[in-house]
Design a protein around this ligand. Structure first.
Ligand SMILES: [Zn+2]
Ligand SMILES: [Zn+2]
Length: 247
């Protein structure tokens, strides 16, 4: 144990950190900023939901996901991706965890996020078996410099390691700095990201089944645009993983 860790343990013994959600004291070894009780309240995405974009559907009486269930939007727009894998809803603990990571730079929270992802992977192992590459949604270099890391890449690394897949991160570029999508509606989001991404070298994507990774799926504008670009670069199939889904 190095001196920093000893000092850290000492500090947390006498000044225990509080859970950022419920304010109860954290166990000294918990470095995720969130307590176990709160982590256990993850809101999992439950069926029924769209088999393409995973949008939760309100169909009274149907409690099991039907493989053929496709939402009206996907029926109309034919997204360029085949399917969105998403374990949780963008609410409660996961929303807080993503905020801690993205806006406060608390990377320790990734340990908790990783556990949530691994629970999902153990139950959905087969879904990932046909993939070749993992590609994080890139940040523009200016945003990357401000934040110091790309949260999508941190999630992509967890997936690549878990499934022993190749991570390709420097071959897809965000060439235009886009406005934050937060305040925009669906149509504005689509326009905002149009033409914002470029593939540097097509060869690594040719005939590959690609998993595109982001933190949150909101309208699907960003991943939809990237899926189109990767398809044009010769990718065979595009799948999407986001940690959470906003609905
Ligand atoms: Zn808590
Ligand atoms: Zn859909």
């Amino acid at each position: 144990m190095d001196i920093k860790r000893v000092a850290g343990a000492f500090v947390s013994l006498f000044f225990p950190a509080e859970c950022r959600i419920c304010a109860q004291f954290l166990e000294p070894l918990n470095r995720t900023f969130i307590c176990e009780d709160c982590w256990n309240k993850v809101k999992w995405l439950r069926p029924p939901y769209c088999s393409k974009c995973s949008k939760p559907l309100s169909l009274p009486g149907i409690s099991q996901g039907l493989p053929s269930l496709v939402c009206l939007e996907c029926q109309k727009n034919h997204p360029h991706f085949k399917k969105v894998f998403v374990p949780t809803l963008y609410e409660g603990v996961i929303r807080e965890a993503i905020h801690l990571l993205k806006y406060e730079g608390k990377v320790g929270v990734l340990r908790g996020i990783k556990r949530v992802m691994e629970i999902y992977f153990t139950h959905n192992h087969l879904l990932f078996s046909r993939l070749d590459l993992v590609v994080p949604v890139p940040l523009h270099r200016r945003r990357l410099r401000e934040r110091g890391f790309n949260q999508a890449e941190l999630l992509a690394r967890i997936i690549a390691r878990y499934f022993n897949l190749k991570l390709v991160k420097d071959n897809l570029k965000r060439i235009r700095s886009t406005r934050s999508q937060t305040e925009l509606n669906k149509e504005e989001r689509r326009k905002n990201v149009k033409g914002a991404f470029k593939v540097k070298d097509k060869i690594p994507f040719r005939d590959k089944a690609v998993l595109l990774v982001d933190d949150v799926y909101t309208t699907g504008a960003t991943v939809g645009e990237i899926a189109k670009v990767l398809k044009r670069a010769g990718a065979k199939e595009i799948y999407v993983f986001t940690l959470a889904r906003a609905c």
